[in-house]
Ligand binder design. Structure first.
Ligand code: ADP
Ligand code: MG
Length: 391
């Protein structure tokens, strides 16, 4: 019996002799979702017996590519920058069930978020989205899950004209790995290493709503998270930190967490205005440290200017600071720009109907400080972001 069949020996799987050539996925003994496709019969009702190629054809191959030169169905996709002066911007993110999303999360949200986090990286470097590949491991051929996943995935992909051009599919613990390809003129790419002392520091949107939703959800499933941790040794650090805290529910925060909006238009508009940029996935202070380290500069953040999300309003000041400055998953853009660009940047915010807030400045040195209303440093460290004073 092959590994494929052993994997699902609870199902009645029949194949014609002609179709029974089992193609090992990679010679490692790991099992691909059955490549023979279509001819198997299954008593499970979960689509087992359909093959990998059937899955790709039904869910991921949407006909001839519109933008790339060659898409799904060949050994490689072929893609050329539209603008010959541009270069390709490439980024990958890996999402694991139980680590980056819980088992019960709506597959529509998972489809959205797995592409959104990648598009956010393109936004942060000022690239125009072009295409993506999707590597997918699934425990079984689950049609309901796949169709929800595709709904979320393709709604966002179509909105940004980002085309699926290939991927890989195998059986295994639910894992989603997307690689996005964008294009940007090399000279105007918004890199992390371009910040200069004297730059203003800006952030888009509001901060902290997603982090609050993470903690609220973790609290709701606290027992489950602890069980996962015991069994797999894996649990989100933020979930661990917040277990047992009482936080009221906020559906808008949950939407911010599950449906982050990549700031593509902002990234494109900032190409000639910003000197450095990063997207906020791990929290403002941690991500700001990436800019200051790469640019060999320091920074000051004026806490009263930071656009904490209104949903944090009922929390004590130190909790608001913790969530807005160190909470993750906002997927807003943090960028630095010369002061002479203030008016132009404000105009972009107005055009995109997206708040753009000046929250501090780049300075000489190598430290990141958070200042209170009177310009005094708040007690904190970047690594230990919960070491805030009270009030
Ligand atoms: P290869 O043997 O070259 O790895 P595969 O047989 O794995 O190719 O895949 C066949 C075709 O389907 C390829 O063009 C591949 O890019 C595409 N493909 C496989 N899985 C996916 C997926 N999850 N999403 C989109 N395209 C996929
Ligand atoms: Mg393959």
């Amino acid at each position: 019996m092959t590994a494929v069949q052993a994997d699902r020996n609870d199902a009645t799987v029949g194949h014609t002799a002609a179709a029974a050539i089992d193609v090992g996925s990679d010679g490692s003994g790991g099992a691909a979702i059955d490549r023979r496709g279509g001819q198997g019969q299954s008593g499970t009702g979960d689509g087992a017996g359909r093959g990998e190629f059937d899955l790709i054809r039904r869910f991921f191959d949407r006909g001839p590519v519109r933008d790339a030169l060659l898409g799904i169905g060949d050994d490689c996709a072929l893609l050329a920058p539209r603008d010959p002066r541009s270069v390709l911007a490439v980024s990958t993110d890996l999402l694991l069930e139980g680590r980056h999303f819980a088992a019960g999360i709506d597959p529509v949200a998972i489809g959205h978020k797995s592409l959104a986090v990648n598009l956010s990286d393109l936004a942060a470097i000022g690239a125009l989205p072009r295409a993506f590949t999707l590597a997918l491991a699934l425990p079984q051929y689950d049609e309901a899950w796949l169709s929800g996943f595709c709904t979320g995935l393709f709604a966002l992909a179509d909105r940004h004209r980002c085309e699926l051009i290939g991927g890989d599919t195998t059986r295994g613990p639910r894992t989603i790995c997307i690689t996005v390809f964008g294009e940007v003129p090399a000279a105007t790419a918004l890199r992390r290493d371009g910040a200069q002392p004297g730059d203003d520091l800006w952030v888009s949107g509001t901060l902290g709503a997603a982090a609050r939703a993470v903690e609220e959800r973790a609290r709701a499933v606290g027992e489950h998270a602890r069980a996962v941790e015991e069994h797999a040794g894996v649990v989100d650090e933020r979930a661990r930190a917040s277990a047992g805290q009482a936080v009221p529910s906020d559906p808008a925060g949950a939407a911010r967490l599950d449906y982050p909006q990549p700031r593509i238009e902002l990234g494109l508009a900032l190409r000639h205005l910003a000197r450095s940029a990063i997207d906020l996935s791990d929290g403002l202070l941690g991500d700001l440290a990436h800019i200051t380290e790469r640019s060999r500069v320091g920074a000051e953040v004026d806490w009263p200017s930071v656009p904490a999300d209104p949903c944090l309003g009922d929390l004590p000041g130190n909790e608001q600071r913790r969530l807005a400055l160190a909470g993750g998953d906002d997927y807003e853009l943090l960028f630095s720009a010369a002061p002479e660009n203030r008016t132009a940047i404000a105009a972009i915010g107005a055009r995109l109907a997206l708040p753009l807030t000046r929250i501090g400045r780049i300075v000489d040195g190598s430290t990141v400080r958070v200042l209170d209303a009177r310009g005094r440093p708040l007690p904190m460290t970047i690594a230990g972001y919960d070491h805030f004073g009270t009030g």
